[in-house]
Design a binder for this molecule. Structure first.
Ligand SMILES: *Cc1c(COP(=O)(O)O)cnc(C)c1O
Length: 429
């Protein structure tokens, strides 16, 4: 019987983990945990496990183009450590508004009088309802009293804003007369009506919703949370007609043209920009939002403002299909995906004889356009390779079903094809 090896000192063990690249204080904590657990030999594995919890770039091979767990719209943004005119007016030399430029660009883009930005669309809805309806009533269709993604629930947002929700119509059918009746009730003090796009699910059959144009005939402001930030339903930035999978997705330009007094949408869904929330519409109502105390708490910093500005300029310059990663993925022809998939299969066949090219269906993701898919091409390999692919230096996130691993080319940036090959070869060993 050999005596158990004496544990090394915490400091010595921490220093032995230096190659992990983690900072010394973190390594000290990990070393102490390992020694306390009576298993100092686990320290290196614990360090590796910690390293893998850090935010890290991955290859999205899931075919879900806007993957909420992978940061939604992929975005390249770099800036120098330089001072910026975040709140500085170059013409007067005085303090300026951080909302001025980005607000003008998004107003122009949406065909609205004025716009402003906050940290995400949940914040946008919260601010609009607080600014327009605090202490008053907000009629919402029962079919649109929805929960979207991680705990954005319309009734709770309205409550948090200090307004009262008034249920209108039924789950499957709500007509403009239902709204009018609610607004006319003597016990209801309607400040606005809120129309919410039920982004992540679809009701089919005997259904009816009230259009923005019909809601605009009511005598209260119409606020539409259009969700995913499709700028224009005609997609002028794509060659040909808008893709079929976009049908039914509300768009900013059309919502404003139809008479919405304010719209709100996300920056990192179909817009293809950074996480942000955009509020656009009537100047007086946007002013009301800008003046509300919550606006200060919800304002984005210079990084997000710069990325939003770049995104808006890209739309106005008509460079969307090449310069916005999401739309570049959407616009890639099937033939190009097919060629790339064939090259990958050729390169990995030595390690994976079952590798083959198959037609797949990619999804827009992020709750946009539920239940619809766009044609795509994948590399399919027998067996479940998800774990080894995740363990690669640049992790590759794929999908598996029925003991087959599928990598969808539409969500993979072509510059990452070699990484996918390397990861597959490593996973085959
Ligand atoms: C996604 C979505 C939200 C939440 O937007 P975030 O930018 O994720 O905060 C709110 N409303 C609708 C209709 C949405 O689709």
């Amino acid at each position: 019987m050999t005596a158990p090896s004496r544990p090394p000192s915490v400091d010595k063990l921490a220093r032995s983990l230096k190659a992990s690249g983690l900072p010394h204080p973190i390594l000290v904590d990990i070393a102490r945990e390992a020694i306390d657990a009576g298993d100092h030999e686990s320290a290196a594995a614990r360090a590796e496990q910690f390293r893998r919890t850090l935010l890290t770039p991955v290859v999205n091979a899931t075919g879900v183009l806007l993957h909420t767990n992978l940061g939604r719209a992929p975005l390249a943004h770099q800036q120098a450590a330089a001072a910026q005119t975040v709140e500085f007016d170059l013409s007067t030399g005085q303090r300026g508004s951080r909302q001025a430029a980005v607000g003008k660009l998004f107003a122009r883009l949406c065909g609205a009088e004025k716009a402003m930005v906050v940290n995400n669309n949940a914040a946008a809805v919260l601010l609009v309802v607080a600014a327009l309806a605090e202490g008053r009533d907000v009629p919402v269709s029962r079919g649109e009293s929805v929960e979207i993604g991680g705990s954005f629930r319309v009734p709770e947002v309205i409550e948090q804003s200090g307004a009262r929700l008034v249920d209108v119509g039924t789950t499957n059918r709500t007509r403009v007369a239902d709204y009018a009746k609610a607004i006319a009730r003597p016990d209801v003090d309607a400040a606005m009506v809120l129309k919410v796009h039920p982004s992540n699910y679809r009701v089919e059959g005997f259904v009816e919703e009230t259009s923005i144009a019909d809601l605009a005939t009511l005598n209260v402001p119409v606020v539409a949370d259009i969700g995913s930030g499709l700028v224009d339903a005609t997609c002028p930035w794509l060659p040909g007609a808008p893709p079929a999978w976009l049908a039914g997705e509300p768009a900013a330009v059309q919502a404003i043209a139809d008479g919405a007094d304010l719209i709100t949408f996300s920056g990192d869904k179909l817009l293809g920009g950074p996480q942000a929330g955009i509020i656009a519409g009537r100047a007086d109502l946007v002013e009301q939002c800008l003046r509300h105390p919550l606006a200060r708490a919800l304002r984005p910093g210079g990084l997000v403002l710069a990325a939003l500005q770049t995104t808006a300029l890209t739309y106005l310059d008509k460079r969307v299909a090449t310069d916005i990663a999401f739309w570049r993925m959407v616009a890639t022809p099937i033939a190009a995906l097919q060629t790339r998939a064939e090259s990958i299969v050729d390169a990995v066949r030595v390690a994976h004889p079952s590798a083959r090219v198959e037609s797949t269906e990619a999804l827009p993701g992020a709750g946009s356009a539920p239940g619809v898919t766009m044609p795509s091409v994948g590399v399919v390999i027998d067996g479940d390779l998800l774990k080894p692919l995740r363990q690669f230096a640049t992790p590759v996130i794929a999908r598996s079903r029925d003991d087959r691993t599928s990598l969808d080319l539409r969500s993979i940036d072509p510059v990452d094809d070699q990484r996918v090959i390397d990861a597959l070869l490593a996973a085959g060993r």
